[in-house]
Design a protein. Sequence first.
Length: 710
Amino acid sequence: MTDTSHGSLRIAADIGGTFTDVALIRADTTIATRKVASTPDDYARGVAEGILELIEVEGLAPSDIGEVMHACTVATNAILEGKGAKTALITTEGFRDVLEMRRIRVPRLYDPLYEKPPALSPRKWRFEVTERTDFQGEVLTELDEASVMAAIEAIRASGCEAVAVCLLHSYANPAHERRIGELLAEHLPDLYVSLSVDVLPELREYERTSTTVINSFVGPPVKTYLDSLRDRLAAAGLPPQFQMMHSAGGIVDSRTVVAKPAQIVECGPAAGVIGARAVMLQAGFDDAIAFDMGGTTAKASLIEGGKLLKADDYEVGGGISLSSKLAQGGGYALKLPVIDISEVGAGGGSIVWRDRAGALKVGPMSAGAAPGPACYGAGGTEPTVTDANMVLGYLNQSALAGGGVPVDPEKSREAIDRVVAGPMGISLEEAAHGVHELVSTVMMRAVKSVTTFRGRDPRDFAMIAFGGNGGIHSVSLARSLGVSTVIVPPGAGVLSALGLLFADIETQASSAMLRPLDSVEPAALAQGFGALDAQVAGELGRSTHEVELIHEVDMRYRGQAFELTLPFPAASTFDAAAAAAMRAEFDAAHERAYGYRLEATGVEIVNLRATARVPKGAEALPEYRARQAAPETTREVYFGPLWGRVPARILDRPALLGAPLQGPAIIEEYEGTTIVPPDCTAVLDARGNIIVTLPVASPAKQFKSKEAAE
């Protein structure tokens, strides 16, 4: 519970690879933001410092803050960098190599030398025990505790820090897993332990094993981080108990995250999409691509008909994190509810390099917050995307983040010349522009995985650009996709932090129930959903009468290997008519997703899902209040070979009020920069959004903000 000795203001902090963003909505409903350098040695220090800086600038005291909201990349970084806990796996005899076999799929069809990333639990730390149950939960072989004790002793000797337990068909009968958990708690009490029946009690051995291993792999570093953050908040006089975003877009008490840290792997990107949805709806758009480009990664998600798209079949690592089955196979399966987000290693701090054949590459390695891009003058010598943008003139040539980060453009020119321009025999400007265009190509993978890979035409969507580098690269990316409208909201550089303030308290749970749809017993459904309802409400510290409960089911045609998730009516009134209606709804959904239906084939229920929600988020974005525009200047900017280097107007957001502004122009703000090329126009709508219009000739919808039109 929140410390009632504190005030009523809510403050949010989101950790990125380069900057930590902090935001709050003042009492007069305007936005206050702060960007501070992330502190990789202890990310909690950067969060506490950023919050204290913002409240000091605002003339507030720590006691004025009633609640702290948070999203971080600690779990994600542990996976991407391979710096999680040393994790052992205990599994059923004969299933030791499930993590290696995966789904026998490679994401690079024409790369015979492709190697998948190594399993998070190496084979030497995977141990088999004697036991067996069938898919209905019937015990075929009793658990041999002697084999469990042998595994425990081997784990003790290995020096592992965490253990994942995943037995065959334990979702149908958890008794053996529970007993192993008891033995681990008794003999290895200091190790972090995850049981698959607690993490993912569903069918599919590989996905369940992988998700449970991920949970244990990230568990110790996440716990260490959360403990550190609580201590730092308490020392600063701030509420020590804080709320965290999870990957499906809801917020939960940070104390519950320790038991299932795998749920926060994509929490930062999820917060950004929540904020983007709030922006687009109030700006008068129904369909948009949320594009978030930060310091180390770029993310994309689709918002269609005003609704977030979610998935529970996700992959992390392997160069791109996504849920599209067309591009999966290179990462680690994470079968937990997530907002459907695709992520690639391309950000402002991504390092520019050339491979052995001399081809230009960008990322996924990043200069991060330390030492940062070469222009920061903090010891970084490798060129980055930010250095290329500095050479082009897209960025302020003296300081970034409102003067908070001094820069030296000459160091950018030296780095780009040494690695790109000189060896390739091209001009400095051509080299920098090539880097700018190349990173757009890399980021296009993320956008296509949530659009064209799902049968959507990007030209049918507007693009909401945010993150510290979103406004710099959005127009270039939109042009390559045929998107005609780009929206850059106020506070775009810290929208993920702002998005935390618009999220509801929410948690989910699932359980396996394999039954034919036309003969499932209403009593079994009611019992299954009743248990899930009690679980999710309990996780929020409330009774089932105090939360909004949402029921869903995973369904498939008999014999299929993958399911579709659909809303489910009240289990207590489920009858033949309701089953027929569900069948018709499933047929229609399957045809939308895959282009066909199998009306003569039976349909099965596979899993039950329950969500508990408590409305908490702010209902509306703060009203935009334009301040006095800063004096306008000009700067020579290179916009590619078509226009070359031309004078561009340098102004800030309030200067866009009134008639549309014809490019070239650059809008510089504390949170980020927006580029308006010579053939584009920009205007400010009533909500303060920058609406950039591209000269895209396509048969797709031509978007116009309702408020801008008025």
